[in-house]
Design a protein around this ligand. Structure first.
Ligand code: G4P
Length: 529
């Protein structure tokens, strides 16, 4: 198969959801269809159990497993599908945001009873900002839930999407009879006794056919006819370009647990989802079919073994062919590297590969050279954009609890921040270090890993910060900016890249500052230029 065909057959995507909506179950069912796993339960272990607010031993165990499931690849209908795993736990939301920079499309899973939940809103907002094509899967139709039309409205209103139902449920919960697959004009009848069998669906182009009444009962058939009529009147018809431009989002209904509606989703996905897309760098748009290799690091995974401080940097290939042992330029370090054992991922196995194509994810062994966002090229000086840091939600001072181990502590903090575990801010006024995280759980992870991987001990101290705002003055030499620096001195810090950050103690103080110093712009993400 040629280079262009290899690119065209790749589908790299992520599944996102609020915890418990069914992301893990759906992932697993997709893998079953792809023949990548033999039995249910294989992916499940990757999940950080709910309520695990302080169980870092569990997290450590999970970290090991999740290397294997960071990328789940399989072949389906001759397409190479790469599913990028996103952690469901809200404390790891930042990880998910970063992973979204490496996907070409997403599937959003929504629980039919709970509807749109907070985490879904946040994640979809990021997808929309980037115009990532989205398919919505409404899950758990075997349970009582919200009315399908109400749910479609909710998805439109809360998530700001423009939905196009491509399947529609027939009843729900006890009364769930099946799904009409609008995309393929097929009727799929659900049978609770025969849960794990996948029904192929009955071709049904003419809904007036009385056979429909026989199959699902007169009442259900009448309702279905009315509902499909309504769908035709209210919703636009599916337009692939609109979907690819992030302007229209197809919706499927089903039950992942019961393997129902999943194959319809997958069959449609492989047809409509985008092959690897071009990506902006700071100098130009890089297209997948370019001959020269370019890629970027979107995730770093520390090794479980504390004796080998060996990490795996996950690179998304944007263009060209990534070859084993070929020299690539690490742009930030301006240094050439060769990789003798690049890993790819197939189902749950990782193996060394000779060549990888755009859309693929390659795992590179790293001893501390990579940071999230680093770019590799064949020599061209450019860096990919789009991996911003968001303002953390929690802030604490970090103190050294063992003065003899300060070197280890700083090295540990440095490397953990490169991995993207949390963000480090150094206060301008006294040089004290502040760790900002998305969830409280990370503090324990950091403490534990500093001790076990670096032999250093730390303690934390509370700090009242509402938000980190990246500071960008219109004119760094004007008096307004100087005044801002003088007045806010106590709250100013540098992030790890040396950018100025205002650690505001309240929403009010941000508002006041914006009023008083309008030329000093405050941003809630690090990438605003
Ligand atoms: P997540 O990754 O999005 O957090 O969700 P996950 O797949 O783990 O699913 C959360 C719970 O919802 C699980 O139950 C799972 O079995 C259940 N579930 C997923 N899909 C469906 C569905 O289509 N119908 C129904 N009725 N339930 C579904 P659990 O009790 O939390 O876990 P487990 O004991 O089943 O592992």
């Amino acid at each position: 198969m040629g280079f262009i065909e290899e690119i065209a057959r790749r589908r790299t995507f992520g599944i996102v959801s609020h915890p418990d909506a069914g992301k893990t179950t759906l992932t697993e069912k997709l893998l079953l269809f792809g023949g990548a796993i033999q039995e249910a339960g294989a992916v499940k272990n990757n999940k950080i159990k709910k309520g695990a607010t302080s169980d870092f031993m569990e997290i450590e165990r999970q970290r090991g497993i999740s290397v294997a499931t960071s990328v789940l690849a399989f072949i389906y209908k001759d397409k190479k599908i790469n599913i990028l795993d996103t952690p469901g736990h809200k404390d790891f939301a930042e990880d998910t945001f970063r992973t979204l920079t490496a996907v070409d499309s997403v599937i959003v899973v929504i629980d039919v009873a709970k509807g749109v939940e907070t985490q879904t809103e946040k994640l979809v907002e990021v997808c929309r900002m980037r115009q990532i094509p989205i398919i919505v899967f409404i899950n758990k139709l075997d349970r009582e839930g919200k009315d399908a039309f109400d749910l479609l409205d909710e998805v439109e209103q809360k998530l700001g999407l423009k939905v196009v139902p491509l399947s529609f449920p027939i009843g729900m919960g006890y009364d769930f009879k099946g799904i009409y697959n609008i995309w393929e004009n097929k009727l799929n009848i659900y049978s609770a006794d025969n849960k794990q069998n996948v029904s192929k669906g009955i071709e049904f182009t003419d809904l007036d056919n009385p056979e429909l009444d026989e199959l699902i009962g007169e009442n259900s058939a009448a309702t279905l006819r009315e509902e499909l009529e309504l769908i035709r009147e209210v919703y636009p018809s599916f337009d692939q370009d609109a979907y690819l431009n992030g302007e229209q989002q197809p919706v499927f209904f089903g039950s992942a647990l019961n393997n129902f509606g999943v194959q319809e989703l997958l069959d449609c996905f492989v047809e409509i989802a985008p092959a690897p897309l071009a990506k902006m760098s700071d100098t130009r748009l890089v297209k997948p079919n370019e001959e020269k290799m370019a890629g970027f690091v979107f995730k770093i995974h520390a090794n479980m073994d504390p004796n080998h401080r060996n990490r795996l940097a996950f690179i998304k290939i944007v263009s060209g062919i990534f070859k084993r042992n070929a020299p690539y330029t690490h742009i930030r370090l301006n240094k050439k590297f060769k990789f003798s054992s690049p890993n790819t991922f197939f189902a749950e196995k990782k193996e060394i590969v000779e060549e990888s194509f755009p859309g693929d994810i390659v795992g590179l062994h790293d001893t501390g050279n990579f940071k999230i966002g680093d770019t590799l090229t064949e020599g061209e000086i450019m860096s990919f954009k789009g991996i911003p840091s968001f303002s953390p939600e929690h802030f604490r001072y970090i103190n050294n609890a063992d003065p003899l181990k300060s070197k280890q502590l700083y090295k540990g903090i440095d490397q953990l921040m490169d991995e993207g575990v949390a963000q480090l801010f150094t206060l301008e006024i006294n040089g004290r270090k502040v760790i900002g995280t998305v969830g409280a759980l990370q503090y324990e992870v950091i403490q534990y890993r500093l001790e076990h991987e670096y032999g250093a001990k730390c303690t934390y101290e509370n700090l009242n910060v509402h938000k980190a705002c990246w500071v960008h003055p219109d004119d760094a030499s004007n008096d307004e900016f100087k005044e801002f620096i003088r007045i806010k001195q106590r709250y100013l810090a540098k992030d790890k890249q040396g950018q100025m950050v205002f650690l505001a103690d309240s929403a009010f103080s941000i508002q006041m500052s914006q009023q008083k110093y309008p030329s000093v712009k405050l941003h809630f993400t690090s990438e605003f230029k």
